[in-house]
Design a protein around this ligand. Structure first.
Ligand code: FAD
Length: 597
C-alpha cells in the first residue's frame, strides 16, 4: 500500500527551520491527515481500549504470556507490519500512519515499550539493512507476529558511549562466534530474534541477527524496575554463541550506521508516543478534578488546578504540532525512493538521518512534556495521586524511562546543537549568512507590522526568538571556537532555544492554518499557541542572555545583551486569562478537544 497522506515535492533540509522565515517551509499538521490513516488510528484505538487497557494490571504484573498474546493479536490485525514493505507481506504504510498507531499504543506504558521495541528498533534494522534473503526470511514472520524482535546495543560498561561495546564476534569457518553480555534488553524474556551489536575481532563495530535458539544464547533474570514493570528487561548473554555467517546485518565495521540510524527513528517514535500517553493522563485528570470536591467546590474550579489543566492541554497541542511537522518531513524525504530500488534501504536511512536534529527535539521535548504532565497529574490528585490505587502513580513511574533510553536527554541535547554546528561548518546550512543578516538587523529589527494573518503577533515573536538564538549562538562560536562542543552547558542552552523555536513555530503555523480554514477548534488552538509562545519566548530570551554571560563578560557582555535587546520588542499578554479560557473549554468538553482521528 502506498503512502496515502498528501506529501509535498519540496524536500526540507534538517535543521533549516532555525534559519528560514516562519511559514516558508512546508508543514504537515494533524488536520491534514487522510481518512485512510485515521481509519488505521481508530483500529489501533479499538485494540488498545478493547484488548490492552482492560488488562492493564495483569500486564504490569509481568504476565509475559499475555504480552506475547497481545503482540500476536496486534500482528493479526496488521499493527506489527505497518513499516514493513509490501514485498515482504507488510502494509508499507507511511510513517504518519505508524505515528497514529503509536499514539494509541502509548496509552499503556509497558505494552507500548514492548510494542515499540518489537516493531521499531527490533524490526527496522532488517527492513533498512537486511539482505534480500534476510528480509524474505524474517520480515513476513515479523509482520504477522509469528516472530517477535528485540534490539541489543547497550552493555553494562557502555550505555551512552555505545561504541565502547566489548561484545566480540569472530569468524570461525562458516560461523560467527559471539561473546559478551548485553544489558537492559527490552523484550529479552520472549523475543525470537535480537538485532545485536558486536565488534568483529574486537575492533569493527557490526550488527548481527541472533535467534533465541542459537547455541550459546541465554538471558538473565528480569530486572526490578521503577516503572514499565510489565515490559521484559533482561541481559542477553552470549557465550560462544555460534550463528551462521549470513546473519551479519549490513557490513562489517558499519554497525554504527545501523545503531544510530535506527535510534533516530526510535527517538522520533518515543517522543511522539509520549504525546499519546499525555492524552490519557489529561483524560483521567480532568475526570478526577471534576468529581472531587474541596471547600464545597470541584477541584477544577480552582485557578491553580485550571492552570495545570490548561498547561497539560497546551503541551499536547504543541507536541502534536512538532510531531506531525517532523513526520511530514520524514515521509516526504522517504517518498523520494521506492522499495523497488536495490539501494532503497540506504537511501531511506539517509532520508531519516537528515532529520536527526528534529528527531532529537521530538524525543527531548515530548519526554519532558509527558514527565511534567504526569507529575502535575499526581499533584491534581493530591494524596490519592501518591496511592497505587489511582492511575497517576503508575504513569508517573512509567514515563520516567523516556528521558533515559533511546539516548538520554543530555546526549540528545548535545546532538541537537552539535549536529547543527557540524552542518553549518560543512556549509550545508547557511548559519553564517543568517548570522550576518541578524547582525545587520540590530539597527533595524523586524517590526510587528511586517507580519500578517490571524497570529501575526506570534509570528513576530518567533522571528525575534530566532534572532536572539542566532546572536547568542554566534557569540559562543566566535568566543569558544572548536572548544564550544566541549562546553556542554552552552551547547544545552543552544539546544533549549532551538527546541523552543521549533515548538513555537510548529504551533503557530498549525494554529494559523486552523484559524484560516475555520476549523471547529481554531479559537482554542489560538489560545494554546498564544499561551505557549508567551512563555517560551521568555525562556528563549532568558537562555540567550544567560548564554552570552557564559561566554563573555564586561564590555563584551554589555554589547551582546544590547544586541539581544534589539530583538526583544515582544510584549506578553495575560497567561491567566488564556489559561482560564482554555480550562473552561476542557472542563466543558471533558477532554482534550482537538481530536485528530
Ligand atoms: C528499562 C530500560 C530498557 C532499555 N531497553 C534497551 C534496549 O531494548 N536495547 C538497548 O540496547 N538498550 C536498552 N536500554 C539501555 C538504555 O538505552 C541506556 O540505559 C541509556 O542509553 C543510558 O545508558 P546508561 O544507562 O549506561 O547511562 P550512562 O551512559 O552511564 O549515563 C549516566 C548519566 O550520565 C550522562 N552522560 C553520559 N555520557 C555523557 C556525556 N558524554 N555528556 C553528558 N552526560 C553524559 C547521561 O545522560 C546520564 O544522565 C534500556 C534501559 C532501560 C533502563
Amino acid at each position: 500500500m502506498a503512502a496515502e497522506n498528501a506529501s509535498t515535492t519540496e524536500i526540507v533540509q534538517g535543521g533549516s527551520f532555525l534559519l528560514t522565515p516562519i511559514g516558508q517551509l512546508p508543514q504537515f499538521t494533524p488536520e491534514d491527515l487522510s481518512d485512510d490513516s485515521k481509519e488505521f488510528g481508530r483500529a489501533a484505538r479499538d485494540f488498545i481500549e478493547g484488548e490492552v487497557l482492560p488488562r492493564d494490571e495483569a500486564i504490569d504484573k509481568l504476565d509475559l504470556p499475555l504480552t506475547i498474546e497481545l503482540l500476536r493479536k496486534a500482528g493479526e490485525i496488521g499493527l506489527l507490519s505497518i513499516e514493513i514493505p509490501e514485498a515482504y507481506e507488510g502494509l508499507e504504510l507511511d510513517k504518519k500512519s505508524s505515528l497514529l498507531v503509536l499514539e494509541e499504543m502509548s496509552k499503556q506504558g509497558s505494552f507500548s515499550v514492548s510494542y515499540g521495541a518489537c516493531t521499531g528498533i527490533g524490526t527496522l534494522p532488517i527492513v533498512y539493512f537486511g539482505t534480500e534473503a534476510q528480509k524474505k526470511n524474517y520480515l513476513p514472520k515479523l509482520a504477522a507476529g509469528e516472530l517477535l524482535a528485540a534490539y541489543a546495543l547497550t552493555e553494562a560498561g557502555s550505555g551512552s558511549d555505545a561504541m565502547g561495546a566489548k561484545t566480540t564476534a569472530v569468524l570461525d569457518g562458516d560461523s560467527w562466534v559471539l561473546n559478551g553480555t548485553k544489558m537492559w534488553i527490552t523484550n529479552a524474556g520472549f523475543a525470537d530474534i535480537f538485532c545485536t551489536f558486536a565488534k568483529v575481532d574486537g575492533q569493527h563495530f557490526s550488527c548481527f541477527i541472533i535467534e533465541k535458539d542459537d547455541p550459546g544464547l541465554s538471558t538473565g533474570s528480569e530486572e526490578h524496575k521503577l516503572g514499565i514493570k510489565g515490559s521484559s528487561t533482561r541481559t542477553l548473554i552470549l557465550e560462544n554463541c555460534r550463528i551462521p555467517k549470513d546473519r551479519l546485518l549490513g557490513e562489517i565495521g558499519k554497525g554504527h550506521k545501523i545503531a544510530f540510524g535506527i535510534l533516530n527513528i526510535g527517538r522520533f517514535k518515543l517522543g511522539a508516543g509520549c504525546i499519546g500517553g499525555a492524552k490519557r493522563v489529561i483524560e483521567y485528570t480532568l475526570k478526577y478534578t471534576s468529581e472531587r470536591h474541596q471547600f464545597n467546590k470541584p477541584l477544577n474550579s480552582f485557578g491553580l488546578i485550571q492552570q495545570k489543566l490548561a498547561d497539560m492541554a497546551t503541551k499536547i497541542f504543541v507536541g502534536e504540532a512538532i510531531n506531525w511537522r517532523t513526520i511530514g518531513y520524514i515521509d516526504d524525504a522517504l517518498s523520494q525512493s521506492s522499495w523497488s530500488d536495490p539501494d532503497a534501504g540506504a537511501k531511506k536511512m539517509q532520508a531519516i538521518d537528515e532529520f536527526s536534529i528534529e528527531a532529537s527535539i521530538v524525543k527531548v521535548w515530548g519526554s519532558e512534556a509527558l514527565s511534567w504532565i504526569a507529575d502535575e497529574s499526581v499533584q491534581c490528585f493530591g494524596g490519592y495521586g501518591f496511592s497505587a490505587e489511582y492511575p497517576p502513580e503508575k504513569v508517573y513511574r512509567d514515563c520516567r524511562i523516556n528521558r533515559i533510553f533511546e539516548g538520554t536527554n543530555e546526549i540528545n541535547r548535545l546532538l541537537i546543537a552539535g549536529t547543527l554546528l557540524k552542518r553549518a561548518m560543512k556549509g550545508e546550512l547557511p548559519m553564517m549568512q543568517f548570522g550576518q543578516q541578524v547582525a545587520k538587523e540590530i539597527s533595524n529589527p523586524p517590526k510587528a507590522a511586517a507580519f500578517t494573518g490571524p497570529v501575526a503577533r506570534l509570528k513576530h515573536g518567533v522571528e525575534l526568538s530566532k534572532r536572539q538564538c542566532m546572536l547568542a549562538s554566534g557569540l559562543a562560536v566566535q568566543v569558544l571556537g572548536q572548544k564550544l562542543v566541549d562546553n556542554q552547558e552552552v551547547m544545552a542552552r543552544m539546544s533549549n532555544m532551538m527546541m523552543e523555536i521549533y515548538a513555537m513555530e510548529s504551533a503557530v503555523v498549525r494554529a494559523e492554518r486552523m484559524l484560516e480554514s475555520g476549523h471547529r477548534w481554531a479559537e482554542i488552538a489560538r489560545d494554546f499557541t498564544e499561551l505557549y509562545v508567551n512563555e517560551a519566548w521568555h525562556r528563549v530570551h532568558g537562555d540567550a542572555r544567560m548564554l552570552c554571560a557564559d561566554v563573555t563578560d564586561g564590555e563584551g557582555l554589555r554589547h551582546a545583551l544590547a544586541g539581544i535587546k534589539a530583538f526583544a520588542e515582544f510584549h506578553p499578554t495575560s497567561c491567566a486569562r488564556l489559561r482560564g479560557r482554555i480550562a473552561s473549554q476542557l472542563i466543558q468538553k471533558g477532554g482534550y478537544p482537538v481530536e485528530i482521528i
